[in-house]
Design a protein around this ligand. Structure first.
Ligand SMILES: NC(=O)N[C@@H](CC(=O)O)C(=O)O
Ligand SMILES: [Zn+2]
Ligand SMILES: [Zn+2]
Length: 432
């Protein structure tokens, strides 16, 4: 029997501190546990206890780009960021478009054992956008894939998207779309607007995202399938989702926003530092404000990191040659606290909702994003809400160091992460 006692913690940041006793991976007691024996006692000091975070959008880069990240280093970053589950995107090399690759990722995640790693299956063979991948085979594999995405590329063919929604519906899957009409973004380098014009960068217009989101919402309704919109980046997309959710026309539509789209804007591009290059691009102040509002009201369901590590040589180069993407796992909570909690847009219950409960439900996970109550699995994160820390990209667990937050002070520090009762991260140290 293993017993971990969290002493003096505040579930959801509410009420007086209580003790939480975890026995063999399950929450055994929430209340006063004076004198209780345990293998490990964590002094909570009134810190906020939340369900472990669930990231629907992580790039772990293994197999194929182990110079940017591995399942081991990415899992470490996740545990340190308060995550107990990540969904590993399919744009690896080879692409995760068949049962062999997804089972490999799933097994490797289990071996590392720091977070539950759920492989995302590709929608089309080789992300080629031409033929559906073996979705059923990946769903039936040991990895039990439920989330499918060509992320990095858009499933722009409407008939293929329709078929994917129909097919995944049969086994309760969801299609996560990287919404970008490629005809409108050929050669694009930055958000289309005054900043890009001034800097001489080819523009990525908002309707390239919005037109695909609108189309996919209609397809979800028509097919009764489940659509998840990746990295929503514009105010217009939030409007479309708001309209959709008020309409309740059948099917299911959910959406995520990244921490960087909540905080950063295209003003940052003035330095031409490729650390700010990401897809979809950083947009305007008005877009970021609309996204914060949409997340607060539930129009956008959840936060997903789009953690996208790159090897140094793909970022230490001129803007147009650089790869898009940013690190996100270890800074996500801090950005959410800074943009949502401190301004009063979300309370800690809200953080639990957008970082754990909603993403777990969207992906159909039974054992994550659960209430903090006796009998529930002990997938938990303990957060010091008042402490601040300074981001040092070189000190993050990822191999790539492409964090746009270098030197920034972020509020909210992860003290302890527990996966099924096992402490995976403790005061900034990973426990493999
Ligand atoms: N977000 C990014 O800029 N890059 C992602 C792909 C993606 O999420 O579209 C990547 O794989 O590097
Ligand atoms: Zn994407
Ligand atoms: Zn991505």
């Amino acid at each position: 029997m293993s017993r971990v006692l969290l002493r003096g913690v505040r579930p959801y940041g509410e009420g007086e501190p209580v003790d939480v006793l975890v026995v063999d991976g399950t929450i055994a007691e929430v209340g006063a546990a004076p004198g209780t024996e345990a293998d490990e006692v964590v002094a909570g000091g009134g810190a906020v206890l939340l369900p472990g975070f669930v990231d629907l959008h992580t790039h772990l880069r293994e197999p194929g780009r182990e110079d940017a990240e591995t399942i081991r280093t990415g899992s470490a970053a996740a545990a340190l960021g308060g995550y107990t589950t990540v969904f590993a995107m399919a744009n690896t090399d080879p692409v995760a478009d068949n049962a062999v690759v997804v089972e490999h990722v799933w097994r490797r995640g289990r071996e590392v054992g720091l977070v539950d790693v759920h492989p995302v299956g590709a929608v089309t063979v080789g992300l080629g956008g031409e033929r559906l991948a073996e979705l059923g085979g990946m769903a039936a594999s040991a990895a039990g894939v439920r989330v499918f995405s060509d992320d990095g590329r858009c499933v722009d063919d409407p008939l293929l998207m329709r078929r994917a929604l129909e097919y995944t519906k049969a086994f309760g899957g969801v299609v996560a779309q990287h919404a970008e009409d490629p005809r409108l973004t050929a050669g694009a380098q930055a958000h289309e607007g005054p900043t890009a014009a001034k800097l001489g960068l080819a523009g990525w217009p908002a309707p390239a995202e919005e037109s695909i989101v609108a189309r996919d919402c209609l397809l979800a309704a028509h097919t009764g399938g489940s659509l998840h919109v990746c990295h929503v980046s514009t105010a217009g997309t939030a409007d479309i989702l708001r309209w959709w959710k008020a309409r309740d026309a059948g099917g299911a539509v959910s959406a995520e926003v990244t921490p960087h789209h909540l905080l950063l804007t295209d003003e940052r591009l003035a330095t031409y530092d490729p650390v700010n290059k990401v897809n979809p691009p950083l947009r305007t102040d008005a877009d970021a404000a609309a996204l914060r509002q949409a997340l607060a009201e539930g129009t956008v369901d959840c936060v997903a990191t789009d953690h996208a590590p790159h090897a140094d040589q793909h970022k230490d180069c001129e803007w147009s040659a650089a790869s898009p993407g940013m690190l996100g796992l270890q800074t996500a909570l801090g950005i959410v606290v800074r943009t949502m909690v401190r301004p009063g847009l979300l309370d800690w219950r809200g953080v639990a909702r957008v970082m754990s409960e909603r993403p777990a439900r969207i992906a159909g996970l039974a054992d994550q994003g659960r209430p903090i109550a006796a009998g529930e699995p002990a997938n938990l994160v303990l957060v010091d809400p008042d402490d601040e820390w300074t981001v040092r990209a070189a000190e993050l667990a990822s191999i790539g160091s492409n964090s746009p937050y270098e030197g920034m002070r972020l509020p909210g520090r992860v003290l302890v992460t527990l996966l099924r009762g096992r402490i995976t991260a403790h005061e900034g140290e990973v426990r493999f």
